[in-house]
Write a protein that binds this ligand. Structure first.
Ligand code: BF8
Ligand code: SF4
Length: 639
C-alpha cells in the first residue's frame, strides 16, 4: 500500500489501482515509470525540434554545445518552447469557446434548434457589458449580435478585444497596452506565436515572452467567452448539492461517464438521459446514471448536479469497476489509453468530435444541427452496453463524499446580498479588512502523475484555510476537493480558522443553510477561472485599487497541460502571484526564469513562484498575501 500512497491520496483510486495491477491492466502510473528517467534536456526546456536540421539541444555544461545548429541559444529555445505551449493552450480554450459561439449563432439563425438561450438574463447582462443596445431586440436578435461579437474576437480587429475591454479594469488595460501585449484577435495571437517561434524569426527571449503574454491574454478572452456563452446556452450555475467519487456508480443502472470539456455535448446528453429512463428500464436497468470526469464533469455538476466520478490522472480506473457502461468524450485531457482499458473491461468508449478521434473507440459524429438526436444515440448505445454487461462481476469502491458546488459569481453575489442587499461586496471587503479573511487563494489546474494525486491540493487548502485564507477552486483541483469532502460545511467546521469559519457561517446562515458555506467554493471548469477574475475585478474596482494590489493568489499545485500554462500566464499578466507545484521546463534558461519570477513582478505585478513541497508552498502563498495586505495598510498575522 505504501507505494500506492505515493500515487494517489484518494482511497477509491488506490483500490482500483491495486485491481488494475492484479489484472495486469496498464495505467498512466505504469507508463510514467516506463518513461523514467525522463529526458533532462526536455525537463530543462532546452530541446528544439522547430526545424529539420535538429533536434538540437543545449548542454547545461560549459563544454557541451551552447547553441543550436541555427545559432539559437538556450534562452531563445526555452522561451520559444514556453510560448508555443501557451499558444496550444489558447487554441484549446478558444476552440471550445468558438464552438459555443457557433452554436448560439446557428440557433439565432434557426439552424440549431437544440441550443436555445436558456438564460436570457445572462444574455442581456453580457450584451450590456459589451455595450450592445438590447432594448427592442428579441432574444434571437440579441443572441445573434452577442454571438457575432464573440466570433469577431477571433480574427484581427481594431482596438482592444471586447472581452478584455469589458471585463478588465481600465488601469490594467492601460498598463498592458503600454507594454504592447494586448492581443488584436484570439486566432491572430495564436498564429503570431507560431510565426515568431518558427526558425529564424524571434530570437529575443524577452520579446518572445511578451508575445506569450499577449497570447495568454487572448486565452483569457477565450476562457471568459466560453463561460459567458455556456451560461447563456445552458444556464448560470447556482448552488447545487451532489456527491463525488467512484461510489456514485450504481451497479443496477446504465452508467454513462461524460468526459472532456464542452457542455455543448454533455448538457444535451443530460437532457436525453432524463427523457430515456424508460428505455433503460426496458433493458432491465433501474435507470440511467450519469457521472462526470474532468471539466465536462464540472460543467454538468455545476448546472445539473451530475456527480463527478474521478479526474485527470485517474480517468482510466473507473472502467475497472465493471459498472461503467459507456464513456463519452469530446475533447481535451482525454487519455488515448482509454480505448485499451475499455477493450479489457467491455466499456463502450465513444468519441464525438471530428477533430478528436481515438483508435479503438466508437465514433458518433456530433453536429450542432442534430445535437439532441446524437445525444439520444449515445444514450441508446450505452443502454445496449448495459444489456451486454449483465452477468459480469462489478466492484464499486464504496467511497463517496457529499458536494456543494455551483458558485458562479452571480451565486456568490446573491449569497452575499443576504447580508447586505444594497452593497453585496461590503461584507466580503469588511471581513478582508478586519482580517477574518486574510486573503483569497484560487486553486486551479490538473492532477499530474508526478505528484501523488490530490495530495498537494489537500495539504495546501488545509494549511491556508486554517489561517483564514478563503479557498476557491476550478478544474480538476475542484474535483480533488469534491472527492475528498472539502466542498462541504463539515470541512469548514473541521479545517477553517476562526475568522474564516465565522464568515462562512454568517453567509451560510443568512442563506438558510443552517451552517457554513463549504470550505472550498467550486467555481466550475478551467475556463471558469474567468469567474474568479470577475470576482477579483469587482473587489478591486470597489476598493479603487489595481488587481495587482489585492491579497489574491492563484495556485496550480499539480498542473499538467498547456492550457494550464496559458492560464497561469494570464493570471500573472493580470497582476496575481501564481504558485506552481511542479517545476516548469524553463530552468535551462536563467534569463527566462528571471523574467517569469522577478522581472514580471516589476512590470506586471504578478509573478510565478515554484514550490514543490505543499506546506512550504502554502507558507509562500500566505507570505505573498501578507505582503499585499501590508501594502494596503491591513494587519497581518505571522504564519
Ligand atoms: O481544463 S484541470 S487535466 S480537465 S487542463 Fe484537463 Fe487540467 Fe483537468 Fe479541464 Ni483543466
Ligand atoms: Fe536546431 Fe535551430 Fe532548427 Fe531548433 S530551429 S532545431 S535550434 S536548427
Amino acid at each position: 500500500m505504501k507505494d500506492l500512497a505515493a500515487k494517489a491520496a484518494d482511497p477509491a483510486v488506490r483500490e482500483l489501482l491495486e485491481k488494475a495491477r492484479r489484472q495486469g491492466v496498464e495505467t498512466v502510473w505504469d507508463r510514467y515509470e516506463a518513461q523514467l528517467p525522463q529526458c533532462g534536456f526536455g525537463e530543462l526546456g532546452v530541446c528544439c525540434r522547430n526545424c529539420v536540421q535538429g533536434p538540437c539541444r543545449i548542454s547545461p555544461f560549459e563544454d557541451g554545445p551552447q547553441r543550436g545548429i541555427c545559432g539559437a541559444t538556450a534562452d531563445t529555445i526555452v522561451a520559444r518552447n514556453l510560448v508555443r505551449a501557451i499558444a496550444a493552450g489558447t487554441a484549446a480554450h478558444s476552440g471550445h469557446a468558438r464552438h459555443l459561439a457557433h452554436a448560439l449563432h446557428r440557433w439565432a439563425e434557426g439552424k440549431a434548434p437544440d441550443y436555445p438561450v436558456r438564460d436570457e438574463q445572462k444574455l442581456r447582462a453580457v450584451a450590456a457589458r459589451l455595450g450592445l443596445q438590447a432594448q427592442g431586440f428579441s432574444v434571437k436578435e440579441l443572441a445573434s449580435r452577442v454571438a457575432s461579437e464573440a466570433l469577431a474576437q477571433f480574427s484581427e480587429g481594431e482596438g482592444v478585444l471586447a472581452w478584455l475591454k469589458s471585463t478588465l479594469p481600465p488601469g490594467r488595460l492601460e498598463a498592458l497596452g503600454r507594454l504592447g501585449v494586448l492581443p488584436r484577435g484570439i486566432d491572430t495571437a495564436i498564429s503570431e506565436v507560431m510565426h515568431r517561434t518558427h526558425l529564424g524569426v524571434d530570437a529575443d527571449p524577452v520579446n518572445l515572452l511578451l508575445g506569450g503574454i499577449s497570447c495568454a491574454l487572448a486565452d483569457y478572452a477565450g476562457c471568459h467567452l466560453a463561460t459567458d456563452l455556456a451560461d447563456i446556452l445552458f444556464g448560470t450555475p447556482a448552488p447545487v448539492v451532489s456527491e463525488a467519487n467512484l461510489g456514485v456508480l450504481k451497479a443496477d443502472h446504465v452508467n454513462i461517464a461524460l468526459h472532456g470539456h464542452n457542455p455543448l455535448l454533455s448538457d444535451l446528453v443530460v437532457r436525453a438521459a432524463r427523457e430515456m429512463q424508460e428505455e433503460a428500464r426496458a433493458a432491465g436497468a433501474a435507470g440511467v446514471n450519469l457521472v462526470g470526469i474532468c471539466c465536462t464533469g464540472n460543467e454538468v455538476l455545476m448546472r445539473h448536479g451530475v456527480p463527478p466520478l474521478t479526474h485527470s490522472v485517474s480517468q482510466e480506473l473507473p472502467m475497472l469497476t465493471g459498472a461503467l457502461d459507456t464513456v463519452v468524450v469530446d475533447y481535451q485531457c482525454v487519455y488515448p489509453s482509454l480505448a485499451g482499458v475499455a477493450e479489457c473491461t467491455g466499456t463502450r468508449l465513444i468519441t464525438t468530435m471530428g477533430m478528436a478521434k481515438i483508435p479503438g473507440a466508437a465514433h458518433v459524429e456530433f453536429t450542432e444541427e442534430e445535437a439532441a438526436e446524437k445525444a439520444r444515440e449515445i444514450v441508446r448505445l450505452a443502454v445496449e452496453a448495459f444489456a451486454a454487461r449483465r452477468g459480469r462481476p462489478v466492484h464499486i469502491p464504496p467511497h463517496k463524499s457529499r458536494v456543494v458546488a455551483g458558485f458562479s459569481v452571480e451565486a456568490v453575489v446573491a449569497a452575499l446580498s443576504r447580508l447586505d442587499a444594497a452593497d453585496p461586496l461590503k461584507p466580503l471587503l469588511d471581513n478582508i479588512a478586519a482580517g477574518n479573511i486574510q486573503g483569497v487563494c484560487l486553486f486551479a489546474g490538473c492532477n499530474n502523475v508526478k505528484v501523488p494525486q490530490d495530495e498537494n491540493f489537500l495539504v495546501m487548502a488545509r494549511e491556508l484555510a486554517a489561517r483564514d485564507v478563503l479557498c476557491l477552486a476550478t478544474g480538476c483541483g475542484a474535483g480533488a476537493y469534491a472527492r475528498h469532502g472539502y466542498l462541504t460545511p463539515e470541512a469548514t467546521l473541521e479545517y477553517a480558522g476562526p475568522g474564516l469559519k465565522a464568515v462562512l457561517t454568517a453567509i451560510g446562515e443568512a442563506n438558510g443553510l443552517g451552517g457554513p458555506l463549504p470550505l472550498v467554493l467550486h467555481l466550475g471548469s478551467c475556463v471558469d477561472n474567468s469567474r474568479a477574475v470577475d470576482l477579483a475585478v469587482a473587489v478591486a474596482s470597489r476598493l479603487g485599487v489595481d488587481t495587482a494590489q489585492l491579497p489574491v493568489v492563484a495556485s496550480a499545485p499539480e498542473f499538467k497541460t498547456e492550457k494550464a500554462v496559458a492560464i497561469g500566464t494570464w493570471a500573472v499578466a493580470l497582476g496575481f502571484p501564481v504558485h506552481l507545484g511542479l517545476v516548469p521546463p524553463v530552468l535551462g534558461s536563467a534569463a527566462v526564469t528571471e523574467v517569469l519570477t522577478a522581472k514580471a513582478r516589476e512590470i506586471l505585478g504578478g509573478y510565478f513562484m515554484v514550490e514543490t513541497d505543499p506546506v512550504k508552498a502554502a507558507e509562500k502563498i500566505y507570505a505573498a498575501i501578507g505582503e499585499r495586505r501590508r501594502a494596503l495598510g491591513l494587519a497581518t498575522r505571522p504564519w
